[in-house]
Write a protein that binds this ligand. Structure first.
Ligand code: ZN
Length: 455
């Protein structure tokens, strides 16, 4: 494989440096078989993973070959069936430094999306594979893919679960399985559904691999070696086997205007990372995974997520949240009660009361307007009277400004004045009579004793 071998001490990791690296690309699956193994993920009966892998591998090879200090091989260049051992044997036959098995994903529930890379869980193969995986994943994330992480998987025998990784590890050949994304999920499909997308992913893979070795398209180096230092673990790098913990759903608000729930969801993950979450009406026992709808991405580094969830109008019942880690293990929150029906009833009641109150106020206003009209009318009458009385007072020497006088009082005082006048006249008459009573009597007697005709 390499012209020049020597031991290069790089941090805690010992790697072989030479004037070139030999990278073998393995387009996963291929050919025909009774079961699905030859085809890989099949999406909508038209998209076959084996073809997508091959297209991606071609683009990867073409791009990686533009760099110096690298030799690239493919395990297959057509639609043929190869066993996992044959793939590893081929890689060994060309002196591979690494075997990169190229895949796309699918899940039973079609719920998952994002990219993931599997490495061996053991020693040098882990260290080498993990460093390379980091460089490739970096490219995918920059391109907009969600990362499900760089993972290991252990089988029931305690060895690497995936055959190709296991076989590689047996002969100290680092093997990684790169799962670009899920062909059966619309989130990934929108990004990975066309030939152009597969070519793009292949080129990204090539850039990641080139970065791992520090390769250049312009410069030729005397020696190349991995530039990412991942310490060789002296333990088995176990995958996460426990689901997220402390999943707690809190209802902040039930918005009857929009029929939406405002919620807060918290969770903890000790080994892996929190990956997706979804909400569903009902209790966990009565729900299917699909009921959690399009899973949402758990924002990296956050332990609490807030969001809104639409419910049917007037919904009364439970709501549950489900949180997944990047190993597709999940935990459910305790179901929370929602009661939009009561809230709507309460609002209807409030509206009814408000309408009643408004009607009462309108009536009150109407009455007060009526009263005001009445008073205005009365006032106008009074004014008219006052004007009349004022004229009269002017006439009898009273207040000239009739409109400043109360007509009732004025009338009363007028009567009093008349009465007083009459009394005064009567008194004067009496005084005059008393004073001149003799003359009056004499006159009367004269009149009685005389012949009136004389006068
Ligand atoms: Zn596959």
């Amino acid at each position: 494989m390499a012209v020049l071998f020597f031991l290069f001490i790089f941090g805690t990791q010992s790697v072989l440096a030479s004037d070139k690296v030999v990278v073998v690309i393995d387009p996963g699956h291929g050919g025909y078989s009774e079961d699905a193994s030859a085809y890989g993920a099949v999406y909508k009966d038209e998209l076959c993973e084996k073809d997508v892998n091959l297209e991606t591998a071609f683009a990867l090879r073409d791009e990686l070959q533009r760099y110096n200090n690298v030799e690239v091989y493919l395990t297959r260049e057509d639609d043929r069936r190869l066993s996992l051992e044959e793939r590893v044997d081929f890689a060994l036959s060309v002196g591979a430094d690494v075997l990169v098995s190229c895949h796309y994903n699918a899940s039973e529930t079609h719920l998952f999306y994002g990219s993931e890379i599997f490495t061996s869980a053991f020693g040098y193969c882990y260290s080498y594979g993990n460093g390379l995986a980091q460089c490739i994943m970096e490219q995918w994330i920059d391109d907009g893919q969600a990362s499900k992480g760089i993972k290991t998987r252990i089988g029931s025998t305690g060895e690497d679960y995936y055959g190709i990784i296991r076989h590689g590890c047996e002969v100290s050949l680092p093997v990684i399985i790169i799962e670009h994304g899920y062909l059966d999920n619309h989130v990934d499909y929108e990004r990975l559904g066309t030939v152009g997308d597969w070519d793009r992913m292949g080129r990204l893979d090539a850039t990641g691999i080139a970065n791992y070795y520090g390769l250049s398209k312009e410069q030729v180096y005397d020696e190349v070696f991995p530039v990412v230092d991942v310490p060789i673990p002296d333990y088995v790098v176990e995958p996460d086997t426990s689901p997220p913990g402390y999943v707690y759903l809190r209802i902040i608000d039930q918005n009857i205007e929009t029929s939406e729930v405002v919620y807060e969801l918290s969770a903890k993950e000790s080994n892996g990372k929190l990956m997706y979450y979804g909400l569903c009406l009902g209790e966990p026992e009565e729900t299917a995974p699909e009921d959690y709808g399009d899973l949402m991405l758990w924002e990296e580094g956050k332990s609490v997520i807030t969001g809104t969830y639409s419910v049917p109008t007037g919904y009364r019942g439970k709501i549950t949240a489900r949180v997944y880690n990047n190993y597709e293990l999940y935990s459910d929150s305790a179901p929370q009660e929602l009661d939009f029906a009561t809230l709507l009833e309460e609002r209807a009641q409030l509206l009814e009361e408000a309408a009643k109150e408004a009607a009462a106020k309108a009536e009150e206003r109407r009455q007060s307007l009526l009263k005001r009209d009445e008073e205005a009318k009365l006032e106008a009458e009074r004014k008219k009277e006052r004007e009349e009385v004022g004229d009269f007072f002017f006439f009898v020497g009273g207040d000239k400004k009739g409109d400043q006088v109360d007509p009732v009082k004025a009338r009363r005082s007028l009567y009093l004045e008349i009465v007083a006048l009459v009394v005064l006249i009567a008194v004067l008459v009496c005084i005059i009579i008393i004073k001149h009573r003799k003359e009056i009597m004499k006159t009367i007697r004269n009149i009685e004793g005389n012949d009136w005709d004389r006068y």
